[in-house]
Design a protein around this ligand. Structure first.
Ligand code: CP
Ligand code: NVA
Length: 301
């Protein structure tokens, strides 16, 4: 049994196998109705708990569909409706859930909640986003890059904006998949110091995206950020918007990614999001395939 807690907590070999497996499983389903079961049923008779302490569209639906395609069953639980949201400890919740289900996916606030869930659960635990990281997203992003433009190794990836949780998983991936990661954003929103050494900072966005193979944006205000910080953040980040002029500085075949949900015409213009470089909906689709491969890895299938 393996947890999938973070990209930097998973071996490079396992990560590569997950990506390769995801491509194979995607190809095997090409053209089929979304509800059709996979030819093999690695999750047959398995029950999966999907816990959300924050909102979600992609993570929720892609995990739910993925489990069902592989023959398993799901229960989607809102943290607020569980005793977890009313004082029961994470450790007790983990031990109880482990008696009912075969796999737990959790989206939560503090990373400590995820780690404690994994420590006390006797079934695999998957990180569906914390304030610090979002590893499932970046597995889908690596898959999407390679699907369009071949191996990501040695490629230049430029992150524009807030040094947030999604960036942190990109930084972990840069080390494991050996790509060059550039951060361009305002100093007050620099990534956490623990990530130093995994990326380069180029403060000027025009300079940063020169010859980029991939340009990435994310929301300027994340779910865990206080709404009171919204105006300040917008003022700090406005100069890092991904628009056509910025995209033009990247390579001709550069890709544009955004994990979504997006605030159109804030962190990226609609012209970029709907333009020729954009692969945002492939990214969203690949959450499904990448996570199916992650669940198989977790259960040793
Ligand atoms: N990208 C992502 O995780 O989307 P959701 O918040 O909709 O799950
Ligand atoms: N950085 C964003 C990602 C959402 C999928 C957030 O945490 O809100």
């Amino acid at each position: 049994m393996n947890h999938f807690l973070d990209i930097n907590a998973t071996s490079a070999n396992a990560l590569r196998e997950i990506i390769d497996h995801a491509h194979t499983m995607k190809q095997a389903r090409a053209g089929q109705p979304k509800g059709m079961l996979d030819a093999d049923q690695p999750l047959a008779n398995h029950m999966v708990a999907l816990i959300f302490e924050k909102p979600s569209t992609r993570t929720r639906v892609s995990f739910d569909v993925g489990v069902r395609q592989m023959g398993g069953q799901t229960m989607v639980l809102s943290g607020a409706d569980m005793q977890l949201g009313h004082g029961e400890t994470i450790a007790d919740t983990a031990r109880v859930l482990s008696r009912y289900v075969d796999l737990i996916m959790i989206r939560t606030f503090e990373e400590q909640t995820l780690l404690e869930m994994a420590e006390y659960a006797t079934v695999p635990v998957i990180n569906g986003l914390t304030n610090r990281t979002h590893p499932c997203q970046i597995m889908a992003d690596v898959m999407t890059f390679e699907e369009h433009n071949g191996p990501i190794k040695g490629k230049k990836v430029v992150w524009c904006g807030d040094g947030n949780n999604v960036f942190a998983s990109f930084a972990h991936a840069a080390e494991k998949f050996e790509f060059d990661l550039v951060f361009t954003g305002p100093e007050p929103l620099d990534p956490e110091p623990a990530l130093n050494g995994l990326y380069r900072t180029v403060r000027n966005p025009d300079e940063a995206v020169q010859a980029a193979d991939l340009v990435v944006a994310d929301t300027w205000v994340s779910m865990h950020d206080p709404q009171s910080a919204r105006e300040r953040r917008h003022n700090q980040l406005r100069g890092y918007q991904v628009n056509d002029a910025l995209m033009d500085k990247a390579k001709d075949d550069a890709l544009f990614m955004h994990c979504l949900p997006a605030h159109r015409d804030e962190e990226a213009t609609s012209s970029v999001m709907d333009g020729p470089h954009s692969v945002i909906f492939d990214e969203a689709e690949n959450r499904l395939h990448a996570q199916k491969a992650i669940m198989r890895y977790c259960l040793g299938r």
